[in-house]
Write a protein that binds this ligand. Sequence first.
Ligand SMILES: [Zn+2]
Ligand SMILES: [Zn+2]
Length: 236
Amino acid sequence: MMFRTLLDLVYPRFCAGCGGAVGANESHVCWDCLSAIQYVAHPYCSHCGDPVFGRVDEAFTCYTCSSATPHFDRARSAARYQGPLQEIMRNFKYRKGLWTGDDIAQLLLACVNSHFDVDEVDAVAFVPLYPARQRQRGYNQAEVLAAAVAHRLRKPLLRRCLARVRPTPSQTGLTAKARASNVENAFKVRRPGHVQGRSVLLVDDVMTTGATVNECARVLKKAGASRVWVATVARG
Ligand SMILES: [Zn+2]
Ligand SMILES: [Zn+2]
């Protein structure tokens, strides 16, 4: 791919996970790091997709989802947020490691294709950044991933539909309860007509307690979305 070749001239071929060298025809993640990625597999919560330990049946619902049903209809993540994937995602998010976007999007697409009936998706949305934050970072990593997924699935991307209407401090280090109140009323659907009666696939890079995607799902549903499925690359 021309674009990729150009990027390779600009960015050296180092593994985004460990910094080691990768061959010219390899992806931007070396084999060692690729094989260290822990894919989310059964058992996990049937609603939020959170991995659990021990033997549970396919219909298992975790304590969090049983105590308060999430606003999204289902959430799934490709792999655990640890080891090389954590480093890859951090690079992608904070150090403008955008050249790894292709590899990360592949991971996400595999997850979307295996957990959701993509024919039933009407549009793809993403967790927005607050405008000042986005200007500072230069891009929204969730939007980059959502655009790749929408393109591959041939579905419309809802670019300016969902908005973050107030800045929120980082969720890192907060308890589940604090995370939920931190993002409360932080999002708004600017174009309800674009989601009314539609099945929306909401994309984000990392999901931890699910407070952010849950709040996004709440406003999408309130605006009339018939269904909200959530797909993230990593699960903390
Ligand atoms: Zn590596
Ligand atoms: Zn759950």
